[in-house]
Ligand binder design. Structure first.
Ligand code: BGC
Length: 736
């Protein structure tokens, strides 16, 4: 490699550090690097995104199709709390990327769930940095095991979409290190992603992409990261500063950027030494790629196998919020299926997390496939008001034209992007957001209630990058017609002693407290990917017991999160700055410390079965705490349990949250009466907080709290730390 570096001209080095725009070979892939043909350096392809490989299913003049699997979104993956499963999802995504000629995935994303309004909440893992970091590490291990690179993003502080391209995010160093940088640090140390994507926003005054503190001091020096750093697409305002600060690859890149860097070099603003270092990092990434290693993609990934993994993740990601003897339903139950999302289930969020799968199984189709009888009259009403097929038809036609070669290369730019991509997206958006639900007469509902055994009402929402969610009807709140639909269906069914189940097909929490008492059961299915209907049907029928747990606090009122008091920033009508003034008190750290009652707490999720926790033993070794216990299935159904370990610190010099998640474990499937011995090790330094200078584990008694959620603590023990222990920013022991 050094040989190639020594042969490169400055112009070629600069060409390497500026992307070549959207991919021209793999249509729909978000980027490509520039090739240096005379030295045999190929161009490599980068593609979104967290829920699967986001490429178009067609390529110019090629008869093959390139459909990818729509996996459940990240928020679903974390709801499984199952690291092995998430690693398998990553591996399947890696295999699809490899077989379709994608070298680097632009995923996973690990920004925090700081506000319920975040437009990308579905693309992010959690409000807890340990959970998010561990999930990201599992995902990255999976992708990279296939020889494809993963990119952890968006580094850092991109927790809202409003003003994302320029807003100045002000975060204290303590909150940064304990909350916002932490998932990156965990995943980078555990799984070493090939690339890091610097975020759009500013951090404490400088664009992330232009911040030497972030990209060079923290990432390279303190954490010892040696992979590649790229910008988010069109991020920041000065490519010269980006290169100086530590970006190796400016994305998506154009000739204007090349020109600016060349000028900066000629004027002596950018040294050849820095340019060489950045180009070397790009070359290293290229050298690791399958493309450089001569791999020939088959264009035939194992979509059948991956559909099974997508199904498993969707099943395990379902969270049961409420169940008053309504679920599971009997196999021969007659089901009345309400809500548009029952027939057009939303598989995923929009924007760069979008995918083009071969199919999406709706809840109605999933139930039918399992032999469940759906009320045909209700179905007919919904089907007759739908027009989605026409639009899907549009984009399929365009894809066909590409395959046939009648949509020319020149057309495959912005226009085509808008046509294929946005048309489809905007339609699913407007359909789920706007169309009225409540068009049934009393007589109709009464007849349906008499003729069915159970009602299911699906409430759907969709969300996208670029826009935050809206705290208004139709988004975070039910619309009046949806509220009426739930109330009227409940009245009609309860009159005959029949149950009503609500399915939440949502990117993140919606307001629930005002209507949850009207219904008997609530399942959060999130945006569950292409296997949606099959996964949901099997949960409804009890083929699998729900085992998902909330990776974030489900608010009672969206405005109760402290961050909402200043959202979207200052000044309110055109914010240029957002201060994370709640500091480390994000999510349950806030709710638990300040005694606020959410609708459902972090880590919450019911099962059809019950689990007993017993025999807790907590041992302190020199560098870790080992927590052991036994979990037993005491109920009537088989199921998995998520064991969570929280630690409550002693009162010390630093203010600390009431408790913090330090470890977790998902059991295997336990049959009734079966048990599993669970062992969770917590490195002692994970008890530390950042005091402005270094990490400190203060002496005193720590309570180890083991439970089924953050507020359902079943067993407790204490351990004693005799002396303060301090660590520097690279986690080396240091005097306190
Ligand atoms: C998003 C990134 C994405 C990139 C390329 C940006 O708008 O923020 O997450 O990877 O586009 O599509």
């Amino acid at each position: 490699m050094e040989e190639i570096v020594s042969k490169l001209s400055v112009e070629e080095k600069i060409a390497l550090i500026v992307g070549a725009g959207f991919s021209k070979t793999v249509l729909g892939a978000a980027g490509e690097t520039r090739a240096i043909e005379r030295l045999g350096v190929p161009s490599i392809v980068l593609s979104d995104g967290p829920a699967g490989v986001r490429i178009y299913p067609a390529r110019l003049g090629v008869a093959d199709t390139f459909y990818t699997t729509a996996f459940p979104n990240e928020i679903v993956l974390t709801s499984t709390w199952n690291l092995d499963l998430v690693e398998r999802v990553g591996k399947a995504i890696g295999e699809e990327a490899r077989e379709y000629g994608v070298d680097v995935m632009l995923a996973p994303a690990v920004n925090m769930h700081r506000i319920p309004l975040c437009g990308r909440i579905f693309e992010y893992f959690s409000e807890d940095p340990v959970l998010a970091g561990e999930m990201a590490a599992a995902y990255i291990r999976g992708v990279q095991s296939e020889g494809v690179g993963a990119t952890i993003k968006h580094f850092v502080g991109n927790e809202q979409e409003e003003g994302r391209m320029y807003i100045n995010t002000v975060i204290s160093e303590r909150a940064l290190r304990e909350i916002y940088l932490r998932p990156f640090e965990i995943a980078i140390k555990k799984a070493n992603p090939w690339a890091v994507m610097a975020a759009y926003n500013k951090l404490n005054g400088l664009y992330c992409t232009q911040s030497p503190w972030l990209l060079t001091q923290v990432l390279r020096r303190e954490w010892g990261y040696s992979g590649l750093v790229m910008t988010d697409w069109w991020a920041g305002d000065n490519p010269v500063e980006q290169v100086k600060a530590g970006c190796d690859l400016i994305m998506p890149g154009d000739d204007g950027v090349v020109k600016r860097l060349l000028e900066a070099y000629s004027n002596g603003v950018l040294s050849e030494e820095v340019i060489t270092e950045r180009a070397r990092n790009v070359l290293r990434l290229v050298a690791m790629s399958l493309k450089a290693r001569g791999y020939k993609p088959s264009h035939k990934p194992n979509l059948e196998e991956h559909a099974k993994i997508a199904y498993e993740a969707a099943v395990e990601g379902v969270v049961l919020l409420k169940n008053e003897a309504a679920l599971p339903i009997a196999k021969n139950a007659r089901v009345a299926l309400f809500g548009r999302g029952s027939y057009w289930t939303i598989p995923g969020g929009l924007g760069s997390g979008y995918t083009y799968p071969r199919y999406v199984v709706s809840i109605a189709d999933g139930l039918k496939e399992r032999g469940v009888a759906i009320d045909p009259d209700v179905e007919r009403v919904y089907m007759s008001t739908m027009h989605r097929l026409t639009f899907i038809g549009h984009s399929h036609r365009a894809f066909r034209q590409i395959r046939e070669g009648s949509l020319r290369a020149g057309d495959v730019g912005t226009v085509e992007y808008l046509l294929l991509h946005l048309a489809d997206e905007l339609i699913s958006w407007s359909e789920t957001m706007a169309i009225q639900e409540d068009f049934f007469t009393e007589e109709f509902l009464d007849r349906v209630a008499r003729g069915s055994d159970v009602a299911i009402v699906t409430i759907s929402r969709v969300s996208t990058e670029g826009f935050d969610r809206v705290p208004a009807q139709g988004d975070l709140y039910l619309r009046d017609d949806e509220q009426r639909l739930i109330a009227r269906v409940s009245n009609a069914f309860h009159k005959y002693g029949k149950k009503v189940v609500v399915l939440l097909n949502v990117p993140g929490p919606i307001e629930i407290a005002s209507w949850r008492d009207l219904v008997d059961a609530i399942l959060v299915i999130w945006l569950p990917g292409q296997e949606a209907g099959r996964a949901v049907a099997d949960i409804l029928l009890g083929k699998a017991s729900p085992s998902g747990k909330l990776p974030l606090t489900w608010f009672k009122d969206p405005f109760e999160a402290p961050a909402m008091r200043t959202y979207p920033g200052e000044p309110r009508d055109n914010p240029v700055q957002v201060v994370y003034y709640e500091d480390i008190y994000v999510g349950y750290r806030y709710y638990d410390t300040f005694g606020v009652e959410p609708a459902y707490e972090f880590g919450y999720g019911l099962s059809y079965t019950t689990f007993e926790y017993r025999d807790l033993a907590v041992e302190k070794a020199s560098d870790s705490i080992v927590v052991r216990l036994t979990v037993r299935n005491t109920g009537k159904y088989s199921g998995k349990e998520v064991v969570q370990v929280y630690v409550k610190p002693p009162v010390g010099k630093l203010d600390k949250p009431f408790q913090e998640l330090k470890g977790f474990h998902k059991t295997r499937v336990l049959a009734p009466g079966e048990e599993e011995i669970v062992s969770i090790a917590i490195p002692i330094e994970h008890l530390a907080s950042f005091n402005g200078k270094h990490w400190i584990v203060e002496k005193g008694q720590y309570e180890v709290r083991v439970g089924a959620s953050s507020r359902d603590v079943r067993l407790k023990a204490t351990i004693e730390i005799e002396n303060d222990m301090c660590f520097d920013v690279s986690w080396r022991r240091t005097p306190c």
